[in-house]
Design a protein around this ligand. Structure first.
Ligand SMILES: CC(C)(COP(=O)(O)OP(=O)(O)OC[C@H]1O[C@@H](n2cnc3c(N)ncnc32)[C@H](O)[C@@H]1OP(=O)(O)O)[C@@H](O)C(=O)NCCC(=O)NCCS
Length: 155
């Protein structure tokens, strides 16, 4: 499958919602996504099947003073383990490289071993725990961090 990445727009909300509901026990509402998409300080990327033109995953990032915060990343269940989340995160690193002030951070459920493995492979490290962070089951969040990505040297 050929994957195409592009910025999300409000017309993508229906497909985002379909994937979101399969990805999380407490999914974001459409209006939460609409709010993120409207923020100039956010980067919202979608991955699409280039031939069928339907969405296969998405990534929502917020810019803070000292970090890019990964707010949400999800991939359509039948299409997981094909490198789609990796492509989305690598596109984020490409778009934001050379910003020495901002690293990358996120919270992830301590039980979400799949996501933790993905982030570790991309250079994130666990830096702390937020106790009882998730309100649905009081689960702890692992805080992960990756240092700023330097501009790649050519030649
Ligand atoms: C986490 C998630 C986004 C990963 O998406 P994905 O496109 O399947 O990830 P990738 O194919 O890029 O995986 C890259 C690497 O991450 C690790 N990984 C990802 N999913 C894994 C799994 N189910 N089991 C073990 N390792 C896994 C592996 O190291 C994998 O590399 P490999 O396939 O070569 O072994 C996806 O499983 C998902 O949507 N989960 C539900 C939502 C969620 O939990 N999001 C994160 C919230 S913080």
């Amino acid at each position: 499958m050929r994957i195409e990445l592009r910025r999300l727009t409000l017309s993508d909300l229906g497909e985002i919602d379909r994937i979101e509901r399969q990805a999380y026990p407490t999914p974001w509402s459409r209006s939460m996504f609409a709010g993120e998409l409207a923020k100039p300080s956010s980067i919202s990327l979608g991955a699409f099947d280039a031939d069928e033109q339907h969405m296969v995953g998405y990534l929502i990032i917020s810019r803070y003073v000292d970090a890019w915060h990964i707010m949400n990343v999800a991939v359509d269940p039948p299409l997981r383990r094909h490198g789609i989340a990796t492509q989305l995160l690598e596109e984020l690193f490409n778009l934001t490289e050379g910003d020495p002030r901002r690293g990358y951070t996120l919270e992830v459920r301590v039980s979400n071993a799949h996501a933790i493995a993905l982030y570790e492979r991309l250079g994130f490290q666990a830096t702390g725990v937020r106790r009882g962070y998730y309100t649905d089951n009081r689960e702890d969040a692992l805080i992960m961090w990756k240092d700023p990505v330097r501009v790649r040297q050519v030649g």
